[in-house]
Design a protein around this ligand. Structure first.
Ligand SMILES: [Zn+2]
Length: 102
């Protein structure tokens, strides 16, 4: 027998710098694969163990991702996944790169 892990893609989210983001996914991303969040952040996925309990806990949502997800839900469901490597960086990434560059 095999226990098949079933993942609801609408319930997958990503933590980046303490904020929780959503993405439009067509499959579960592989470890190390880049994903783009609804708000435009592009980061590599990293699976970490142990997975902490999130059910019943407050989630520090990214405001833009939460808004865009609500728009998707109101429109009848998530829109198709965007291209894999979009050119628009998240504003925080732009600021971080500027700070790192001096
Ligand atoms: Zn976000």
């Amino acid at each position: 027998m095999t226990a098949i892990l079933v993942v609801d893609l609408d319930s997958v989210f990503f933590e980046i710098n303490g904020e929780t983001h959503r993405a439009r996914l067509d499959r579960v991303p592989a470890n190390g694969q880049q994903v783009q969040t609804l708000c435009g952040a592009v980061e590599k996925v990293a699976y970490q163990e142990p997975v902490r309990q999130v059910v019943g806990q407050p989630i520090p949502w990214c405001r833009r991702c939460r808004h865009l997800h609500e728009v998707d839900v109101a429109a009848g469901g998530p829109r198709p996944a965007p291209p894999r490597y979009p050119p628009t960086p998240h504003p925080r990434q732009v600021i971080r790169r500027q700070l790192e560059a001096g």
